[in-house]
Design a protein around this ligand. Structure first.
Ligand SMILES: O=C(O)CCC(=O)C(=O)O
Ligand SMILES: [Fe+2]
Length: 196
């Protein structure tokens, strides 16, 4: 199925709810759960270093060191299961993704707060390709200038969300907590670190 544009002014967000077929998505989830070196990243929040409420792993080619939330991360090597995913995304989007932030949300308590992926090493108009696996979670986008301009959508197992153009400049996004009893979710945000 193709990527369909979502109705959001001053942004470029596209979604394919069935980018991977369910069997592929199941296999990828199981492989990543087992083979990624999941760790608790320490992030800076209001000037204090705290544990982030999820497990993460920064993965990339040599030279893709990355600074976010005030902390620098050196990349881990690519697990075999991610290589075909990276190749397919590069081909379909015509880009050269050299890194990915993997996040494991163990249950509904794990989350990600409001932010944009606007680190200088991503350039002025980064393309972020986000693959979701496992439990479906709600993903929210909110305009910086006009907070009433917002959108919440569900990211199902095997979906691909692509944010590009002015999206990171004009919007923040978040993965809110949920009180619903739900299982684990893995999210992969592929990125291109410039000059790596
Ligand atoms: O888990 C998600 O869907 C969002 C992850 C995200 O925003 C990020 O990795 O920067
Ligand atoms: Fe993000």
């Amino acid at each position: 199925m193709p990527l369909s544009p979502l109705p959001l002014a001053d942004a470029e967000v596209r979604l394919d709810r069935h980018w991977l077929d369910p069997g592929q998505a199941d296999a990828l989830f199981a492989a990543l759960r087992e083979h990624v070196a999941w760790e608790v990243h320490r992030i800076r929040l209001f000037g204090r270093e705290v544990d982030s409420p999820r497990l993460s792993c920064w993965i990339g080619d040599a030279g893709t060191g990355y600074r976010y939330s005030g902390v620098r991360f050196e990349p881990r090597p690519w697990p075999a299961a991610l290589l075909p995913v990276r190749e397919r995304l590069c081909k379909e989007l015509g880009l050269d993704f050299n890194s990915v932030l993997a996040n494991l949300y163990r249950d509904g308590h794990d989350a990600m707060g409001w932010h944009s992926d606007a680190e200088p090493e991503l350039g002025a108009a980064p393309v972020i390709a986000s693959v979701s696996l496992g439990a479906a979670r709600r993903f929210a986008l909110k305009s910086r200038a006009q907070p009433q301009q917002r959108l919440t959508l569900e990211l199902p197992h095997g979906s691909l969300l692509v944010m590009s153009g002015p999206t990171q400049r004009n919007y923040r996004h978040a993965l809110p907590r949920t009180a619903r009893p739900i299982g684990a979710r893995i999210n992969l945000t592929f990125r291109q670190i410039l000059g790596a």
